[in-house]
Design a protein around this ligand. Structure first.
Ligand SMILES: [Ca+2]
Length: 409
């Protein structure tokens, strides 16, 4: 049986789609092991491509919505190693596949159908005693929509747990939309990480091609839901939406249901205008207020440099006029070249003019250089957007640039 298989369907809007499924394919354990590795027994959805005509070969598509071996159904890190789906350690307990209501024993290239249903139960084993049990169902319809349902049970403590991801492939999946009923709220997807709070009905779009993918999940209605975010990267070129769940003991989660869909055409490409002044530090520290260890903040070569202190935060902030109840995206870039670890730098949406983080609407630490962005709802007419360098080895530096604050709605 092939480990790769395309399924052809034609969307109701006339867009020809091919969905790819994989098995016996995934991440190889590294040193230290990032993935459990083989087995990867369940069939898993791994992307969708656009065809010029329904009979075209999916191996040479007209364009990609997403095509990526990375997990799109789930992943959990426990005992220091990721397992499940792409990350492996997963055995099938039972699996049933039906095409147009008829049971088939497996998938093979070239099959076409009006409705495909995969239902399976599986177990991911870190050790014989440390396991996760999963039940999964996926229905693919002839208009291109998919419905996915998952339940997960484990006595393990999760370090990271993701249930439901969406990957937009390419270097320019740079536009996101929040789905609010019939309204679509556009926001930019910058290189790096954009935290979305509890948003779980999201589109990822390439503004040049107009291709978009959507994932509409009920994840945020589950008690163990933590947050959503998008990581946009250049290697591989993709934007990936995650729904993150509980850290600590997993217990039983689900069923979590979501719908996945695809389309082409986004209308006029929106532009975004920042509310902040001097976010790029072209004018030195004009517009910014250094409230904590002000002599440790300076602008060098058009970038903000914060110099780390042994016992206290170093912070600067800028007051920003907001409309209470309005939805905003704040982002800033941690530049390469600082000597402090990225995790010592944090971006904050504060509520106090003295630069305190107490009561802040949002505070997020970086995990790597690049942009960090976060959606937030304004709670007052002035918020204080801040760059923070946490205490540690005195004299280490963090370099910041390109603060932006956009109103989304
Ligand atoms: Ca600059």
């Amino acid at each position: 049986m092939n480990d790769t298989c395309f399924y052809l369907v034609t969307s109701g809007s006339g867009v020809n789609l091919a969905h790819r499924f994989l098995r016996d394919n995934g991440g190889v354990p590294d040193t230290p092991a990032l993935s459990l590795g083989a087995p990867y027994e369940p069939w898993r959805y791994s992307g969708t491509v656009l065809l010029s005509a329904a009979e075209d070969d999916p191996a040479t598509p007209a364009a990609l919505f997403g095509l990526d071996v990375g997990a799109s159904d789930f992943a959990m890190k426990a005992l220091g190693t990721f397992g499940g789906s792409y990350h492996g350690g997963e055995s099938v307990l039972s699996q049933a596949i039906a095409l147009d209501g008829s049971a088939v024993t497996g998938l093979a290239s070239g099959q076409s159908f009006n409705e495909a249903v995969i239902s399976l139960s599986s177990q991911v084993a870190w050790t014989a005693e440390n396991v996760l049990s999963r039940s999964y169902g996926l229905t693919v319809r002839d208009d291109g929509r998919m419905t996915e349902t998952q339940s997960i049970t484990s006595a393990l403590a999760a370090e990271n747990l993701f249930i439901g991801m969406l990957i937009g492939s390419g270097q320019n999946v740079s536009l996101g939309f929040l789905e609010r009923g019939d309204d679509l709220l556009a926001f930019p997807i910058l290189q790096g990480t954009t935290y979305l709070g509890s948003e779980a009905r999201v589109r990822l779009a390439d503004p040049d091609t107009g291709l978009w993918s959507r994932s509409s999940s009920d994840a945020a209605s589950h008690a163990s839901f933590r947050r959503s975010y998008i990581i946009r990267s250049t290697e591989p070129g993709r934007s990936k939406l995650y729904h993150e769940f509980v850290t600590g003991t997993v217990g039983s989660i689900g069923p979590i249901t979501r719908e996945i869909g695809f389309g082409q055409g986004i209308g006029a490409v929106p532009t975004f205008s920042s509310i902040l002044v001097n976010g790029n530090f072209d004018e030195g520290l004009s517009g910014w207020v250094a409230t904590h260890l002000p002599t440790n903040s300076s602008v060098i070569g058009g970038q903000l440099q914060l110099v780390r202190h042994a016992t206290n935060d170093v912070r600067i902030n800028q007051p920003a006029s907001c409309v209470p109840g309005g939805l905003y995206l704040l982002a800033a870039r941690l530049a390469e070249g600082g000597t402090a670890p990225a995790s010592a730098s944090a971006l904050c949406v504060g509520v106090q003019s003295n630069g305190s983080t107490t009561g802040a609407v949002a505070t997020y630490a970086f995990s790597a250089p690049g942009y960090l962005g976060c959606l937030f709802t304004a709670s007052q007419a002035t918020h204080y957007v801040a760059a923070i360098l946490r205490p540690g080895t005195a004299g280490e530096t963090a370099l910041w640039d390109d603060f932006v604050l956009y109103r989304i709605a």
